[in-house]
Design a protein around this ligand. Structure first.
Ligand code: M6R
Length: 609
């Protein structure tokens, strides 16, 4: 996730900015940069890769000055490179901007500014902001920023400097976090508290739609419309480790709670302004190429494979093309039938998983077109695929994948809709209704997370067992597989996910008095069948925790405990129903005293076969 630091005061800003960025390194980044107002005016230095690359450049040519902004970038729009790194500037080089978030309408703004003579050098959405502010500047940077943000759609936290007003640092928060640190004769901005904790513990937390103007002598808070705000300072009593996790006990929990934002960011500019269809500019297939697809192979490992199982149902339902989902380590050894009319989709959070990469290469060798769904721009998978749909979940630090999985689901919904639009396999009205429900998902996840603590109780009951089952049918079964993996991975409790209707063919023998069964009964059309299967395990003594959709009244009679999730289209339900299972795994791991973020025997990125 990108990191922002800003400083205005009496000390050398370069050192403070670099130290602040070092405190944000744990979040992951692929390039970094600083802009400082020096004797020569506003100067920028940027470098791809680790911060040390930037430091090496600064050793040769330091940026000496008392006001500056710094940034660590996690690429979303455009590959990791010096030129795509922040800070960005305009053609006059008098303005400089660091940005976290995504500008959804940057293409339209870029076209408008290009027509006015602006020349862009990077592939980023952020560069548009510096040009936009420059174009609106009439002697007052605060007003220029206020005007610019009215033109921007999406999520943004900004730090802005101009050479014309070298005593001011302007900060904006809109759907992307930003805090203001208040010192004596110096003030700071940071995307996260660790960036400034070494210098001050007094902060203002900006709310969405607020901005701040910092000089060395003070901080003014105001709305984006310019109305001044008075606010109490917040004293941060966290240590650095707690601050890195934004107050959460573990990165996994933080990342579970980041899912609504990850959904919104991943949908971002990919839903058109009318809110009725999907725009996937990054997929460069022609309509003819899409129409020639005869089969789809989805290949991935672990959690990404589970996302692929949901992806199969999405594509088959929306595009009516046959889909096979395969574990990458099996795929290339089973002589898969790949033809030039096969579309291969590889899914990988890291983009570096050895088995997935090898399967991608095999698919390409056989002449298939490959689409990658990945969270890392510039990863091996992203570089080698023909088309790349980036999930904008931000870096995932916990080994257990949560927000990456759900963002992969969002990518599949978008891709399935894109195929349906191109093929005409669904009515425009139906597509619009799916898009409209898709947009509701982040708020519905928030509703589930508000009740997150409810899962502590479930988890504590489950944690004393060594074996349990997850059951479901259809998409509920696909989600059950992910719930089971999550539980195994971090709690070390053995669990099995089973298609509920399949238990009677053998596994029912393992159900005895008190065995916990987590039953998903979300899919409307399979509800009654699932309830019958739940009765089968109940009759053999299982203790059943049920998940159902809000408004459903029957499940409560069949299970021991029940939790409801908000209602959505059955096809979209995995993006909601997995969240309680992630929380269940998290709290079960906690109840067993495990190291949640670093489970035994596992690595975040598996780069060996
Ligand atoms: O980076 P990838 O998505 O390719 O990783 C694949 C699996 O190794 C990964 O999903 C793994 O299963 C997770 N630890 C599960 O939480």
């Amino acid at each position: 996730m990108c990191g922002i630091v800003g400083y205005v005061g009496k000390r050398n800003s370069q050192n403070i900015l670099i130290e602040g960025l070092k405190k944000l390194e744990y979040r992951g980044y692929d390039s970094a940069g600083l802009a400082v107002f020096t004797e020569e005016g506003l100067q920028i230095k940027k470098a791809k890769g680790r911060l040390v690359n930037l430091e090496n450049k600064l050793d040769v040519e330091p940026l000496n000055g008392f006001i500056g902004i710094g940034h660590t970038r996690w690429a979303t729009h455009g590959k990791p490179s010096d030129v795509n790194s922040h800070p960005h500037t305009d053609n006059s080089q008098k303005f400089s901007v660091v940005h976290n978030g995504i500008i959804e309408n940057y293409v339209a703004l870029k076209e408008e500014l290009t027509a006015l003579g602006h020349v862009f050098v990077s592939e980023t959405d952020t560069e548009v902001i510096s040009h936009l502010i420059a174009s609106l500047y009439e002697g007052d940077i605060v007003k220029a920023v206020q005007k610019a943000v009215t033109r921007m759609h999406g999520a943004f936290a900004l730090g802005v400097l101009t050479e014309y007003e070298p005593d001011k640092l302007v900060a904006v928060r809109y759907s992307s976090p930003l805090i203001i640190g208040v010192g004596e004769g110096e003030n700071f901005i940071g995307s996260d508290i660790p960036a400034i904790l070494e210098y001050t513990r007094n902060v203002y937390i900006l709310n969405d739609g607020e901005m701040a103007v910092l000089t060395k002598d003070g901080v003014e808070l105001m709305t984006l419309e310019g109305n001044f705000i008075s606010r109490e300072l917040f004293y941060v009593d966290w240590d650095i480790i707690t601050a890195e996790k934004a107050g959460f006990d573990h990165f996994m929990l933080k990342e579970i709670y980041e899912q609504p934002k990850a959904y919104r960011d991943t949908m971002g500019s990919r839903i058109d302004e009318s809110g009725t269809k999907v725009v996937l500019n990054e997929v460069k297939m022609t309509a003819e190429q899409v129409k020639s697809i005869q089969q789809v192979h989805i290949i991935a490992c672990g959690t990404a494979y589970h996302a692929g199982l949901v992806g199969k149902s999405i594509i088959e339902k929306l595009a009516r093309i046959p889909v096979e989902t395969d574990v990458a380590s099996e795929y290339r050894y089973r002589s898969p039938i790949i033809t030039p009319n096969t579309l291969v989709i590889v899914v990988s959070q890291s983009g570096e998983t050895a088995d997935t990469l090898a399967a991608l290469r095999e698919a390409k060798r056989c002449g298939a077109r490959v689409v990658a769904i990945t969270n890392v721009v510039g990863s091996s998978v992203a570089r080698e695929a023909d088309d790349v749909i980036v999930t904008w979940a931000g870096p995932e630090i916990a080994v257990a994948s949560t927000k990456a999985y759900t963002s992969q689901l969002i990518a599949f919904y978008l891709f399935g809709l894109y195929l349906a639009q191109t093929l005409g396999s669904q009515e425009a009205e139906y597509i619009a209704s799916v898009v409209s429900e898709l947009k509701e998902l982040p708020a519905k996840v928030e509703q589930i997370l508000e009740q997150g603590e409810a899962f502590k109780d479930w988890a504590e009951q489950v944690a004393s067992h060594n074996n349990l089952f997850f059951i479901g049918r259809g998409l509920d079964y696909a989600v059950a597989l992910e719930g089971s993996l999550k539980l195994k991975e971090i709690s070390y409790i053995h669990s099995e996910a089973y298609p509920a209707g399949e238990l009677k063919h053998g596994t029912l023998a393992l159900i005895e008095e008190g065995v916990p069964v987590i039953a998903l009964a979300i899919q409307d059309d399979l509800f009654e069948k699932t309830v019958s299967n739940i009765k089968e395990v109940k009759a053999r003594g299982a203790y059943v925790f049920g998940l159902h959709a809000e408004g459903e009244t029957e499940l409560v009679k069949a299970v021991d405990q029940v939790f409801s999730i908000p209602h959505t289209l059955p096809l979209l339900s995995p993006a909601l129903s997995v969240v309680p299972l992630q929380l269940l795994a998290y709290y079960a791991s906690l109840a067993r005293g495990n190291d949640v973020d670093k489970p035994r025997n596992l690595a975040k990125s598996v780069t060996v076969e």
